[in-house]
Design a protein around this ligand. Structure first.
Ligand code: ZN
Length: 127
């Protein structure tokens, strides 16, 4: 039987107990990690586990929470829209001498092998 790892209250599962996204989630929930049977109808793989070799993600409202979880030094970015203050992206904190960067929805976030993150604005993405 194949097992996967789930943080209580999350709908995502991790195929590997060493998943980067799971490490951070484990800290946030006080160390409670459940082991479940893979292919559960109630859980889907996290964005790292679904494609382990992937290093680029396009930021969307759907994956914001997972990328926030995955990218250690980050938090939601807010902007005034339609007369209200709403989340429009993710602020990635300064690390390893790099400046603080804001990724807005549609921008591409890249994880590098040295553990740093860079953001390519949607308008700069080559087609
Ligand atoms: Zn995972």
């Amino acid at each position: 039987m194949t097992t996967a790892f789930v943080v209580r209250g999350s709908s995502r599962y991790h195929a590997d107990a060493a998943c980067q996204a799971l490490d951070s989630a484990r800290l946030n929930t006080g160390g409670t990690v459940l082991q479940i049977t893979a292919n559960s109808s109630t859980h889907t793989p996290c964005l790292v586990c679904v494609e382990v070799d992937r290093t680029e993600w396009t930021l969307t409202p759907a994956n914001l929470a997972e990328l926030w979880e995955l990218i250690g030094p980050s938090k939601p970015h807010y902007a005034a829209m339609n007369g209200r203050t709403e989340v429009d992206g993710l602020t990635i904190w300064a690390h390893n001498g790099m400046p603080r960067t804001v990724a807005r929805f549609g921008d591409t976030i890249t994880r590098h092998t040295d553990g740093t993150w860079t953001v390519q604005a949607a308008t700069e993405v080559r087609s």
